[in-house]
Design a protein around this ligand. Structure first.
Ligand code: DOR
Ligand code: ZN
Length: 344
């Protein structure tokens, strides 16, 4: 197949940042996706529905003329999140979920949750009102190996959580291991997962063999090839529990190419083409539409989009770098390399 047409896709996990960064991130996102779940790990984080509405306005101010883009907003869970916010989410037209970062797990997670039992009262409300809980699924104890942090989260946090709240709507974000994929498969329909392009296209060898490649560094960190294969299998299986979430996360070139490089891959400008490449590599391009355009909307209880996009099999070279705020540059995922698909 050299051309595919699919319903306009949505991105169920993206970092747009704030302020001047929006000049880069919002047009890149809006050219690719109709809706996006906008992550709340700003400095300071988005903790209330009121703050989420104000952030959405700032995003909307950067949507290019002629494009329609619907940012879906998320609150950042802290130890002090009030159960009242859950009721406010139910009344909001724009806020869809609450994201839980274990404190210290990733970029701007210092204000995250220190112990999940601290927020069980709010989670009870979320289960009752069917407000999705989005999870960064890694434990943060210093003694736990970084490659084991997702698996330990399943055992120590997620299993007990779902035992206590079996009807909770929950998305395990950016899964990276076969253990996480199998865990999701074993749960009911209220439990789903997003998968990024970098975890489908790369593994830790791409990041570490022949020199450290900081632009592949993200969290959860890339795992071994066997995990990559399982992720490809479940993403392309047609199972609606797995859907698209890029985790596109801009950091300037300087912040990435640094003795203490930041975590995050910037995929927004070519995200759908990267997914097409991954699906095509395993001969499953016809499964892309469900993953990219149906299952996420269905999970969130939002209507599927009505317009379409087409992708053609045509080589394109990803730009080496892009302009970013304050005269800085950003290096996109796959920079300088050729991909086989182009959105038309
Ligand atoms: O690699 C990542 N970057 N993982 C995350 O969880 C956060 C993100 C960011 O905000 O930079
Ligand atoms: Zn993220």
């Amino acid at each position: 197949m050299d051309k595919i047409t699919l319903l306009q896709p949505d991105d169920w996990h993206v970092h747009l940042r704030d302020g001047a960064a929006l000049q880069r991130t919002v047009p890149d996102m809006a050219k690719q996706f109709s809706r996006a779940i906008c992550m709340p790990n700003l400095v300071p984080p988005i903790k209330t529905v009121e703050e989420a509405h104000a952030y959405r306005e700032r995003i909307m101010a950067h949507v290019p003329a002629g494009l329609s883009f619907d940012p879906r907003m998320v609150l950042y869970f802290t130890d002090h999140t009030s159960p009242e916010e859950v009721k406010k989410i139910k009344k909001s037209d724009y806020v869809n979920a609450i994201k839980m970062y274990p404190a210290g797990a990733t970029t701007n997670s210092e204000h995250g949750v220190t112990d999940i039992s601290n927020i069980y009262g709010v989670i009870e409300q979320m289960e009752e009102h069917q407000v999705p809980l989005l999870l960064h699924g890694e434990v943060t104890h210093h003694h736990v190996d970084i490659f084991d942090r997702e698996k330990r989260f399943l055992d120590e946090v997620l299993s007990p959580l779902l035992q206590q709240f079996p009807k909770l709507k929950l998305v395990l974000e950016h899964i990276t291991t076969s253990e996480a994929a199998h865990f999701i498969l074993e749960q009911d329909r209220n439990v789903a997962a997003t998968i990024t392009p970098q975890h489908l296209l790369f593994n830790r060898n791409d990041m570490l063999v022949g020199g450290i490649k900081p632009h592949f560094y993200c969290l959860p960190v890339l795992k071994r090839q066997t995990h990559q294969q399982t992720l490809l299998e479940v993403a392309t299986s047609g199972n609606p529990k797995f859907f698209l979430g890029t985790d596109s996360a801009p950091h300037s070139k300087n912040a990435k190419e640094n003795a203490c490089g930041c975590a995050g891959c910037y995929s927004a400008p070519i995200a759908i083409e990267l997914y097409a490449q991954a699906f095509d590599q395993v001969g499953k391009i016809e499964r892309l539409e469900g993953f990219a355009s149906h299952f996420g909307a269905d999970f969130y209880g939002l209507p599927r989009n009505s317009t379409t996009i087409s992708l053609v099999r045509e080589e394109q070279v990803v730009p080496e770098q892009l302009d970013y705020m304050d005269g800085e540059k950003i290096i996109p995922l796959y920079a300088g390399k050729t991909i086989q698909w182009r959105k038309v």
